[in-house]
Design a protein around this ligand. Structure first.
Ligand SMILES: [Zn+2]
Ligand SMILES: [Zn+2]
Length: 132
């Protein structure tokens, strides 16, 4: 009997930070908040949530504390934004969808901060939960 345990590799633009996430994600969201917009330089940020312990790193993102206890991780060399995590609950980590070498296996489950969404760029899908 074989166990289904997919691995998902990824990293920053320059390759100084690499990771492997094992198993299935526990969530996925599009975030429309102002801070994600500034952080990414994009209209909407898309994250895949994994259990922190299921992700191994080669190279380490530098943390920026964007609000008290909330950390955004970026590559210290090329500046690519890679992660978001809540310091008060380190059981999960959000990894930017575009950081994965193959982002196709993942599915968004929620839109967050919908009251802040830019309709022209949000790519709003009526079949996905929208949370104000
Ligand atoms: Zn880099
Ligand atoms: Zn956000």
């Amino acid at each position: 009997m074989t166990t289904y345990n997919p691995t998902h590799s990824g990293g920053c633009l320059c390759g100084a930070v690499r990771f492997v996430a094992s198993g299935d994600p526990v969530g996925g969201n599009h975030c429309h908040c102002d801070m994600c917009r500034k952080d990414s330089g994009s209209g909407v940020s898309t994250f895949v949530t994994f259990a922190t312990g299921s992700v191994t790193w080669d190279g380490k993102p530098t943390d920026y504390e964007s609000s008290p206890g909330k950390f955004r991780g970026f590559c210290p060399k090329c500046g690519s934004s890679i992660t978001w995590r809540n310091g008060a609950n380190d059981s999960t980590i959000d990894i930017r969808l575009g950081s994965f070498d193959d982002p196709r296996p993942f599915k968004a489950r929620k839109h967050l901060w919908m009251r802040n969404a830019l309709e022209s760029f949000a790519g709003i899908d009526p079949d996905i939960e929208h949370i104000d």
